[in-house]
Ligand binder design. Structure first.
Ligand code: HEM
Ligand SMILES: *[C@@H]1O[C@H](CO)[C@@H](O)[C@H](O)[C@H]1NC(C)=O
Length: 323
């Protein structure tokens, strides 16, 4: 029996050794195949930021929405075709923007190295470079992710937390991909930039104001969102952080401590005893926030990637390659 087990063990080792598919992400994966890949992405992200500052904000949200749904595989970017629904059509993706500029980045890469750099790596590296432009930390990221051949639209609602989910369910979602409580609190600091549409706010304003919301701030938000039933097509929104809306800083934590959180989930970080201590520490120390944000974003960016001969390198990030 023992010998039999040993033989099985040896066979497994052999299989693992010669299995050609699975390999890991690595630093500078494109150093031989497309040496300027990371420089090109950075150039494009910078140019886009100079024209439309909020593109940098979008790249950070993209990483979250792509990676938390099964894998960092650019499935998020696929359009609805042949009856296969795009992940972007889910209500969880409400308000996502600037997707057309992903094509700008991809086109620049295709010009230099056709069919070489994955859309999944563009999602990660654009978020990395966007964070720096917004005054956030620089995060060293590995590359070598490959693109999925399918959309995971059916998994979106169960994978991406909703604006009014409980903290315990949010924590367990992030826990399941290896991000601890402190890391989750830090990631939500991404809500230090960008905007929230009224549709995600009005339930805290009407018919009565949520008591965890500062009354003066509620008054301001009612001005931004005058109707309890906002038209989902109207561009009615409030900025996440009135103080420093385009800076990835710890103002978010100061805001929620003074009851100026926009989403219910933001505000609950303060009322939940498991997250409150981290909120306090992050509000007090921007460097500490940045350290934990970096660590958690890195983990998020390495969630279950396709590598080796899995998936493909898409030519156009919106569509699976034809063949
Ligand atoms: C519990 C987890 C989270 C929930 C429920 C959540 C929910 C939301 C909602 C409802 C919006 C506003 C959408 C709109 O009305 O336009 C939003 C915006 C945003 N979220 Fe999150 N989010 C979460 C975590 C994250 C994480 C982990 C990141 C990135 C690390 C992130 C990045 C962003 C960014 C950058 C925006 C602003 C987008 C823009 O202005 O275009 N979020 N989020
Ligand atoms: C959360 O908000 C959604 C709308 O986005 C709503 O349908 C749902 O009933 C809310 N859930 C809770 C628990 O309030």
């Amino acid at each position: 029996m023992a010998t039999f087990k040993f033989i099985i063990f040896l066979l497994l080792q052999l299989l693992l050794q010669f299995h050609p598919g699975k390999s890991d992400l690595q630093l500078n994966y494109y150093s031989e195949s497309c040496p300027r890949a990371e420089a090109i992405i950075k150039e494009q992200v910078t140019k886009l930021y100079q024209k439309h500052g909020n593109t940098a904000v979008s790249w950070i949200r993209n990483l979250f929405h792509d990676c938390i749904v099964k894998s960092c595989d650019a499935s998020l970017l696929l359009e609805t075709v042949n009856g296969v629904e795009s992940e972007k059509t889910s209500s969880r993706s409400f308000g996502m923007r600037n997707f057309k500029y992903i094509n700008t980045i991809k086109d620049a890469l295709e010009k230099e190295c056709p069919m070489t750099v994955s859309c999944a790596d563009i999602v990660s590296l654009s978020a990395r470079d966007g964070a720096v432009l917004l005054g956030g930390p620089y995060i060293e990221m590995k590359t070598g992710r490959r693109d999925s051949k399918e959309s995971h639209a059916a998994l979106v609602d169960s994978s991406i937390p909703n604006h009014n989910d409980t903290i315990s369910s949010v924590l367990s979602t992030f826990q399941s991909i290896g991000i601890d409580t402190e890391g989750t609190v830090a990631l939500l600091g991404a809500h230090s930039v960008g905007r929230v549409h009224c549709i995600n706010i009005v339930h805290r304003l009407y018919p009565t104001v949520d008591p965890t919301l500062d009354p003066d701030y509620a008054g301001y938000l009612k001005g931004r969102c005058p109707s309890p039933y906002p038209d989902p097509n109207a561009v009615e929104y409030a900025r996440n952080d009135r103080e420093t809306p385009m800076v990835l800083d710890n103002m978010y934590y100061k805001n929620i401590l003074s009851h100026k959180g926009l989403l219910l989930v933001d505000q609950q970080l303060v009322s939940d005893p498991s997250t409150y201590p981290f909120v306090e520490k992050m509000a007090a120390d921007n460097g500490y926030f940045h350290d934990h944000f970096s660590r958690a974003l890195l983990t998020l960016s390495e969630n279950n990637p396709l590598t080796g001969d899995e998936g493909e390198i898409r030519k156009d990030c919106r569509y699976v390659n034809a063949n």
